[in-house]
Design a protein around this ligand. Structure first.
Ligand SMILES: [Mg+2]
Length: 91
């Protein structure tokens, strides 16, 4: 499913819980992914658990992209990819 199709859900989420709750939620999801990765390194959780936590972070990242403007975030990503390419000396 294309992320564009989630716009209605992102808007509804924003209207129901508000902007500040979204910041709290992504902080929480990032913390959960960090904890899961620490556990994964010690063999205490499965890859499926990591995928699940990763999905939460990606979804919340998309929620914030919706809030801050996808074009703006895409431009920032392009800049970073350009910088990474130059560091790796790839065309
Ligand atoms: Mg989570």
């Amino acid at each position: 499913m294309e992320k564009q199709q989630y716009s209605d859900i992102f808007q509804a989420t924003l209207e129901k819980w508000g902007e500040e709750a979204q910041y709290d939620q992504i902080i929480e999801e990032c913390a959960e992914l960090i904890a899961a990765l620490k556990h994964f390194k010690r063999g205490r959780v499965t890859e499926d658990h990591i995928v699940d936590e990763l999905a939460d972070v990606i979804l919340m990242s998309q929620q914030l992209m919706y809030m801050f403007g996808e074009g703006r975030v895409s431009q920032a990503i392009d800049k970073k990819i350009y910088k990474l390419r130059s560091l790796l000396h790839t065309p």
